[in-house]
Design a binder for this molecule. Structure first.
Ligand code: SAH
Length: 392
């Protein structure tokens, strides 16, 4: 195995088990090192720090294991088994819940890898060339998990791998085949489109927040902005909402929402879908039409360079909701931008509230669920932030 040598003093964060080696920390690289190779990382004083995947870019190595030891042959079996046992301990694997995130990158000590489970199908996403090269080993280890009963493994990395690496990943089944796409979350059924949908086909990360929304829905008129698969809408329907309107600019998303409502509440006339731009819809709608609004937009700031504009976006969006929501209304508002901190998001929402002149209280502060764990050494793994607000 080839070795990457670090500059003096650059081992400190690694000794605290932060799993990234930045390119600026590297003193020397072997000439023939290929992107995606598994490498050993060595401190300037010769200490072996760990083993990881090499990649061209600002994060040069993603560490898979710390310390001097070699990677065991059954490395993926072990890590996946430990990830599975955590989900089991969390009570996420039940007859009425068969969709969950099995691997959340660094949060499961598998940087560069995301795996979501939908019944007996696993959808695998590689975010690093190293994980791309390991995809068959990972797929095999998934089907070998003793209790998980995974029969199909779909690989979906066309949009998550670095474009410059020219890996040409084809989205396809690595093992098994399509055998149905209906997953169950807290007793509700969802069509999951892992072939064409965003991410792995579903936003598994909003499960607990959707369940909380269900408790607020009774007797309310609900507006679900940026609805995608209609997750929040389906929960609001079960919670006894009077009316649920779902909005997404994508016609495909609107169709998915309709299909999921029909699957759970066939023929129920309380629900309507609108395939229009969120800002346009909020701008044109009558005041006081809704007393429960959900704002779950796509990441407005995907990179640090977009932070300022992203925060302006969150402020404007929330200001529109404050302007229109009925008195005594509840607002569920989210940001999934990793670079927007909890404090920044709260400040953007506060500014919107102040501008609108509404009296606003925070009822709940939300985050990602426990199957998206954050390694305490890697705070960058925390990305989802939400507030539940009471608007007078
Ligand atoms: N709330 C969803 C996830 C939202 S993902 C869930 O629980 O599953 C973000 C969605 O916003 C995508 O479906 C995307 O099509 C939609 N979107 C992006 N820009 C939009 C805009 N300007 N107006 C309305 N929808 C938009």
């Amino acid at each position: 195995m080839k070795t990457i040598k670090l500059k003096p003093k650059k081992e400190e964060s690694i000794l605290r088990h932060h799993p990234w080696v930045f390119s600026g920390a590297i003193a020397s690289l072997p000439d023939d090192l290929e992107e995606g190779e598994t490498v050993r990382v060595e401190a300037a004083d010769g200490r072996i720090l760990g083993i990881g995947h090499y990649q061209i870019g600002s994060i040069a190595v993603r560490l898979l294991q710390f310390g001097e030891g070699a990677l065991p042959d059954d490395f993926f079996n072990r890590r996946l088994e430990s990830a599975y046992q955590l989900r089991k301990a969390l009570g996420l694997i039940r007859d009425d819940n068969n969709c969950y995130r099995l691997v959340h990158g660094e949060g499961d000590f598998l940087p560069g890898l995301v795996i979501d489970i939908y019944g007996d199908t696993a959808v695998l996403q590689a975010h690093s060339p190293g994980m791309h090269y390991e995809r068959m080993n990972i797929a095999r280890a998934l089907t070998e998990l003793p209790e998980a009963m995974i029969r199909n493994v779909y690989y979906k990395s066309e949009t998550t791998l670095p474009y410059k690496a020219r890996l040409d990943p084809q989205n396809d089944y690595l093992i098994g085949k399509f055998d149905g796409n209906i997953a169950i979350e807290n007793g509700l059924r969802f069509n999951i489109d892992w072939l064409r949908g965003q991410k792995t086909g579903f936003f598994v990360d909003q499960r607990e927040n959707r369940a909380l929304l269900e408790r607020f829905a009774k007797g309310r008129k609900v507006l679900n902005m940026f609805c995608y698969t209609g997750g929040f809408s389906v929960y609001a329907m079960r919670g006894g909402a009077l009316q649920v309107d779902s909005v997404d600019s994508s016609a495909k998303a609107a169709a998915l929402t309709d299909a999921n409502i029909e699957l759970n509440f066939p023929g129920d006339s309380r629900h309507k879908t609108y395939a229009v731009d969120a800002f346009k819809f909020l701008g044109e709608m009558e005041k006081d039409s809704y007393d429960l609004i959900i704002l779950d937009p796509p990441a407005f700031a995907k990179h640090r360079s977009a932070l300022k504009n992203g925060l302006i976006g969150y402020r404007k969006l929330n200001a529109k909701a404050f302007e229109k929501i009925k008195s005594g209304g509840i607002l569920f508002t989210f940001s999934c931008s990793q670079v927007v901190t909890r404090e920044m998001f709260r400040l953007a929402v506060f500014t919107a509230a102040a501008q609108s002149g509404r009296k606003v209280r925070i009822l709940h502060q939300l985050t990602q669920p426990a199957d998206h764990p954050v390694d305490i050494s890697h705070p960058e793994g925390e990305y989802l932030k939400g507030l539940v607000l009471y608007v007078e």
